[in-house]
Design a binder for this molecule. Structure first.
Ligand SMILES: [Zn+2]
Ligand SMILES: [Zn+2]
Length: 132
């Protein structure tokens, strides 16, 4: 999701059936449909981040946040939870304003920070594949 600094983490995992059920039951006010749940997970954080991987598995109506799955590298997801949306935005006015699409308290950069050079790039994320 971050095309300017590289491919992002992109660690993949499959959502176990038990967590698919949990994802549907996690918001009792909003009955979900299995087709709304993302089961082929692809980590949404930046490349080389520390800690567990996260991907959004279900978008909820309203402002209570979205459902995210968490997993450790090379393992099945063990956990889904409703996480509040990250409240950061890029601070630009009008149409240039872009909010972070990740969850509150996430590691690494905000999703809009791809082209934001005010933040220092992490080691290992710069220009690995700039060859023509
Ligand atoms: Zn990751
Ligand atoms: Zn953020």
């Amino acid at each position: 999701m971050c095309q300017l600094i590289g491919p992002g983490c992109a660690e993949t995992a499959g959502l176990p059936l038990q967590l698919l059920v949990s994802t549907l039951e996690i918001a009792p006010d909003e009955p979900g449909h299995p087709l709304e749940v993302v089961t082929h997970l692809r980590c949404a954080l930046e490349a080389e981040h520390n800690g567990p991987h996260f991907d959004l598995v279900r978008v909820l109506d309203g402002d209570q946040g979205e459902v995210w799955a968490r997993w450790a590298g090379g393992q099945e997801p063990e956990w889904v939870a409703v996480l509040a949306d990250c409240t950061a935005d890029n601070g630009l006015p009008g149409g240039a304003n872009e909010a972070c699409t990740l969850f509150q308290g996430h590691r690494g950069r905000h999703s809009f920070a791809c082209a934001d050079f005010e933040l220092d790039p992490l080691p290992g994320t710069d220009r690995v594949s700039s060859a023509p």
